[in-house]
Design a protein around this ligand. Structure first.
Ligand SMILES: [Fe+2]
Ligand SMILES: [Fe+2]
Length: 276
């Protein structure tokens, strides 16, 4: 049992006191788009941790056990740091914590659906959402033109999170695969839950962004909306550029490491001076 996880858990303690109101490109829409994702993280990531922890004792492979331990450590740290940021935003007049509670409510609501309320479906939900975060975080690392528009503290927070999402992107997937295999029934479950998770995430991000734009008195700032939606959904958009990689999940033999992000990890681990 001397196996070691292939990635470390890094303690972080960011100071968000100096982060300005519109910390992405001095633009309301882009800032609230990122704030919306941040609102989803604390409870979303706690759900990931719980769903993996719930099946952990069934995993006999000591290497995967270590990976699960490090996965839990990383996600717990992400949840803590994003929650600290979200709580601090209150001083600027944005109630991101309220959106955290909405996230929690939505997760609780989905869990009340009888056929979804079991360990297998919870884990399949985590696998689906980990694909989402893995692909999106790789995109942010591939797009310095976007990440450089974030203020330095927030850039460090987000790129650290992006690195770790890529380091652990296969842990929930491998856990699921070891427990439930890869047969036709599994395929139907995983794909249906991915469809549901996609609606959940895309719906929440857009509604949350609108809610924060409204709290900011920017709901009718059409210029910021137009420019922002173009930067998310235009031909080179932060979401639209991921469509091919996103749909790769639906290939029966898909594995998260089919998308090789090792060079990106090397680059950003060095750039951010992160422990290995
Ligand atoms: Fe995370
Ligand atoms: Fe993750």
């Amino acid at each position: 049992m001397n196996a070691k996880a292939s990635f470390p858990v890094r303690r972080q303690d960011f100071d968000f006191a100096e982060v300005s109101r519109h910390w992405v490109d001095n633009d309301p829409f882009m800032t609230h788009f990122f704030n919306s994702l941040s609102a989803l993280f604390p409870d979303g990531e706690r759900f990931f941790v719980d769903s993996v922890r719930a099946v952990r004792e069934q995993i006999k492979d000591p290497v995967l056990q270590k990976e699960i331990g490090a996965f839990i450590g990383q996600e717990a740290m992400h949840a803590k740091e994003h929650h600290n940021f979200n709580a601090g935003a209150k001083a600027q007049g944005f109630d991101i914590e309220q959106l955290e509670r909405w996230t929690n409510f939505l997760i609780t609501l989905v869990k009340t659906v009888p056929f979804l309320n079991n360990k297998r479906c919870h884990l399949a939900g985590t696998v689906a959402l980990e694909h989402f975060t893995g692909v999106l975080s790789a995109r942010l690392m591939k797009r310095p033109d976007i990440s450089e528009t974030l203020e330095p503290t927030m850039r460090e927070l987000w790129l650290w999170h992006c690195v770790e999402e890529n380091e652990h992107k296969a842990v929930a997937f491998d856990t699921y695969r070891q427990l439930y295999g890869n047969n036709a029934a599994d395929y139907v479950i995983r794909m249906s839950i991915m469809a549901l998770a996609t609606v959940f995430i895309l719906g929440a991000v857009h509604v949350f962004t609108a809610k924060l734009m409204s709290q900011d008195g920017q709901l009718l700032n059409l210029k910021s909306w137009g420019k922002g939606l173009w930067r998310i959904w235009g031909p080179k958009g932060m979401f639209s550029q991921n469509i091919i990689e996103f749909f790769d999940y639906f290939r029966p033999s898909f594995h998260p490491w089919d998308h090789d992000t090792k060079d990106l990890l090397e680059e950003y681990t060095a750039k951010l001076n992160l422990a290995r």
